[in-house]
Design a protein around this ligand. Structure first.
Ligand code: F0G
Length: 459
């Protein structure tokens, strides 16, 4: 059969609440045009994030019932640890309440003023946690990753030439080299196994540990299987293990590729570093056999990890984005190509070229999607990345809007509805106006900034 279907049936449903355009316009104004400030019950299709929004399986819910809530030595931790190690074979698996907690612990130990941490592209919380210690987060994406229209198979690669030059110049101040798979901020694009291995080799050449941000490791492994020479016949589990084989550690959010609603971990090989990480964990998260989680969460993650490497699921997962992407391209909407693992990224700067980057074309599109169709998406551009630690503001390399797909949640008619919302916006897109920020916090401003619509037809 040609049609790739949702490889599941639905046992339990949640109602969606319909709203009118007038209602949404008022909700948007009350939220100061920040979509994070909306009440989620006023959102029809929520594509804000794929994080923690997965539909859990019947087996995960069943696993939750056998979660053991012992403070120390819980068998749920042993099952969690074994499930993680099956895919990510590290000596120490340290559970945290989500990915950023793993980042906070790691950078508390190895960050600090004067340190520099290179990556293909740091996600915003990773950058935030690095900068919070006084260290510098450096993005070294391969050049094709910045060309949204180029159909390169591995646009999440790190630029090996730049990495080598960077290490040559800064070795003394680099505590580790990182890679994010898939590269979320760069469009959900994968890094190839070859690139991951070469980056690890370079890091080791300079005596630096190599850390993988593995949040979407299964999606990355799927793209390696589909696109990398010689990988097509291999099992996802084996590809995943290879992605981590040369690494010294992982930061992970179980809210992505573990189908869990909460959770994460820090995995390390270095015994001394792991010892210090556990000491910090006890201060900030909890005892090492539960970290920041309940025993039931550890069980949900263990079962989720068994399900995430299923090839029927991954084929459907990649196809969902590809389907939306194909239809947006047909409407003339520029997107990051090829479509990524967890999301479709729309190039708002290219589509709304009349709105300058520092009037936030991504924000303008995200607000229009909500007002027009009740679709909530996320700006990944100059709002998210425009404010530098020194207080200056600069356009981000790209102004994207991310339509992130919660895992196993929406169906094809939901996807069609999203495309229809774009079709309506396409007819009036030249009338959309930009925004200015009237209030922002000192860091991670996109979560809480308040906006004002610049004067124009939509006001
Ligand atoms: N690394 C990457 C690549 C991420 O995408 C995220 C979260 C994190 C780390 C932090 O994990 O949320 O469990 O603390 N990304 C979410 C998103 C928030 O919407 O992309 P967390």
């Amino acid at each position: 059969m040609k049609t790739i279907i949702e490889p599941f049936r639905i046992k339990s449903v949640e109602p969606l609440r319909m709203t009118t355009r007038e209602e949404r316009r008022a909700y948007l104004a009350a939220a100061h045009y920040n979509l994070f400030a909306l009440d989620s019950e006023t959102v029809l299709i929520d594509l804000l994030t794929d994080s923690g929004t997965s539909a859990m399986s019947a087996r995960q819910w069943a696993a939750i019932m056998v979660g053991d809530e012992s403070y120390a030595g819980s068998p749920s931790f042993r099952r969690f640890e074994a499930a993680v190690r099956n895919l990510m074979p590290f000596r120490h698996i340290i559970p945290t309440h989500q990915g950023r907690a793993a980042e906070a612990i790691l950078f508390h130990l190895i960050g600090g003023p004067g340190r520099k941490i290179p990556s293909n592209t740091h996600f915003d919380t990773t950058r935030g946690n690095i900068e919070a210690t006084g260290a510098e987060a450096i993005d070294l994406p391969a050049p094709e990753g910045l060309d949204t229209a180029a159909p390169h198979p591995f646009k999440g690669n790190i630029d090996l030439g730049l990495l080598e030059a960077f290490l040559e110049k800064n070795a003394a101040s680099v505590p580790c080299v990182m890679i994010t798979v898939t590269n979320n901020a760069g469009g959900g694009q994968p890094a190839s196994l070859e690139n991951i291995r070469a980056a690890a080799t370079l890091a080791h050449l300079y005596g630096k540990p190599f850390i993988v941000d593995g949040c979407r490791f299964a999606e990355n492994a799927w793209f390696i299987k589909k696109r990398e020479v010689g990988q097509g016949g291999r099992a996802i589990v084996d590809i995943a293990r290879d992605m981590f084989a040369d690494a010294d550690g992982v930061t992970m959010s179980a809210k992505k590729d573990a189908f869990a609603n909460i959770g994460g971990w820090l995995a390390l090989n270095d015994d001394a570093l792991a010892e210090r990480a556990r000491a910090r964990l006890i201060q900030t998260e909890g005892f090492p056999t539960y970290g920041g989680l309940a025993g039931r969460d550890l069980e949900a993650i263990a079962q989720g990890l068994a399900e995430i490497v299923d090839e029927d699921y991954l084929a459907y997962r990649a196809r969902t984005n590809e389907y939306i992407g194909e239809r947006l391209i047909a409407l003339g909407v520029p997107i990051v190509q090829p479509t990524g693992g967890h999301a479709v990224f729309v190039d708002a700067r290219a589509w709304l070229e009349h709105i300058p980057p520092l009037e936030y074309p991504g924000q303008a599109l995200a607000c229009a999607l909500y007002e027009t169709g009740g679709v909530r998406a996320c700006e990944i551009g100059s709002v998210m990345f425009g404010r530098r630690p020194d207080g200056s503001e600069h356009p981000a390399p790209m102004d994207l809007v991310r339509l992130a797909m919660p895992r196993r949640v929406y169906t094809q008619s939901h996807a069609d509805y999203v495309v229809e919302t774009f079709a309506e916006i396409a007819a009036i897109k030249d009338q959309l106006m930009g925004y200015r920020i009237v209030w922002e916090p000192p860091a991670l401003r996109h979560f809480t900034a308040r906006f004002e619509l610049l004067p124009g037809l939509m006001a």
